[in-house]
Ligand binder design. Structure first.
Ligand SMILES: NC(=O)c1ccc[n+]([C@@H]2O[C@H](COP(=O)([O-])OP(=O)(O)OC[C@H]3O[C@@H](n4cnc5c(N)ncnc54)[C@H](OP(=O)(O)O)[C@@H]3O)[C@@H](O)[C@H]2O)c1
Length: 291
């Protein structure tokens, strides 16, 4: 069996894809820009260096590869050249996109990432590559970046749009779906929106974190402008504006929920509480340094 080339191999989703492919006995080649990454990946994985912004650097990685898991966090300029190379070498591509075609206000707001995802999908279609598109909604693990710093320091989270509902999807379910559609037949042309199974307000998600940690968490609502001020210099303004627009637009609406994870994996998606329980360490109070 030719190896599956996994891009984004050292990141949240790609790393999980590798673990599941290895468990299924599928040969894996992992792409990274970091020469020292081999030590962090499972034994037996063929680690190759390459950079999506330097298309010629991918030739070695693509030689002899069967399918490719494509995840794009790089700038968009080299996307056309990379897709051209994929079309020459790979039998099929599974692309990690987002639900930008889903008719729900949360997904319908201006979003530079969605523009990039749509462009890569267009390039894949134009190149005639057999492809499968997976479109996760909010990752459950966003909670770590968003709320762990405040919860390690105390019990108060200051955040906007506490009433905005999302259906966080566990990174492990996204990775499991990606791996499954890479090695299982029947997914060519597949287009799957992946969500968790519960519509939870952001305040409710914090309530679940508090329940799992066994400590009360106080939610303090910030206005959008207060949130822009609080994230100044810490998060890119376009990302902050994208999130504010999506949360604001979904107020009063339950989150969009699909059955795709269960349909593909044959088991229900993991709950947000399960994700929190398995990552509780990230939210535990930092120890007070002894004097
Ligand atoms: N967060 C969400 O709620 C959400 C929802 C829907 C979709 N998404 C999409 O999910 C993707 C992010 O996935 P993730 O969280 O798993 O990513 P991540 O943890 O941030 O990891 C990024 C990966 O991309 C690789 N990478 C970055 N620049 C590269 C380059 N120039 N050439 C080759 N590899 C490069 C990095 O590899 P090295 O450093 O080892 O080279 C790393 O493995 C994005 O496309 C995002 O739009 C996110």
């Amino acid at each position: 069996m030719p190896p599956v080339l996994v891009t984004g191999a050292t990141g949240r989703i790609g790393r999980g894809v590798i673990d599941r492919l290895v468990a299924a006995g599928v040969p894996v080649r992992a792409l990274t820009r970091q020469t020292e990454a081999a030590a962090k990946l499972p034994a037996g994985v063929d680690v190759v260096t390459g950079d999506l912004t330097v298309p010629a650097s991918l030739d070695g990685a693509l030689r002899g590869a069967g399918a490719v898991f494509l995840l794009w966090t790089a700038p968009p300029t080299s996307a056309a050249a990379v897709v051209g190379r994929l079309a020459t070498h790979a039998r099929r591509v599974v692309f990690l996109s987002s639900p930008h075609r889903t008719p729900h206000p949360f997904f319908g707001q201006p979003n530079p990432m969605a523009v990039l995802h749509a462009e890569i999908e267009r390039l894949l279609a134009a190149a005639g590559i057999e492809s499968t598109i997976i479109r996760p909604g909010m990752f459950a693990s966003n909670a770590t970046a968003w709320w762990a710093p405040a919860l390690r320091a105390g019990d108060v989270v200051r955040w906007p749009y506490g009433a905005a509902e999302t259906a966080p999807v566990d990174d492990r379910d996204i990775a499991a779906v990606a791996a499954r559609v890479l090695y299982e037949d029947g997914h060519a042309g597949g287009d799957y929106v992946l969500t968790g199974s519960e519509s939870l307000s952001q305040a409710a998600q914090l309530g679940i974190i508090g329940d799992v940690l066994g400590r009360p968490i106080r939610f303090e609502e910030l206005s959008p402008d207060e949130f822009r001020g609080a994230t100044e210099g810490k998060a890119p303004r376009p990302v902050v504006d994208m999130l504010l627009a999506a949360w604001g637009a979904t107020i009063g609406r339950p989150a969009y929920i699909t059955s795709a994870v269960a349909d593909i994996l044959g088991v229900p998606p993991r709950s947000f509480a399960e994700w929190v329980a398995d990552h509780a360490d990230a939210f535990e109070r930092a120890p007070i340094p002894s004097s």
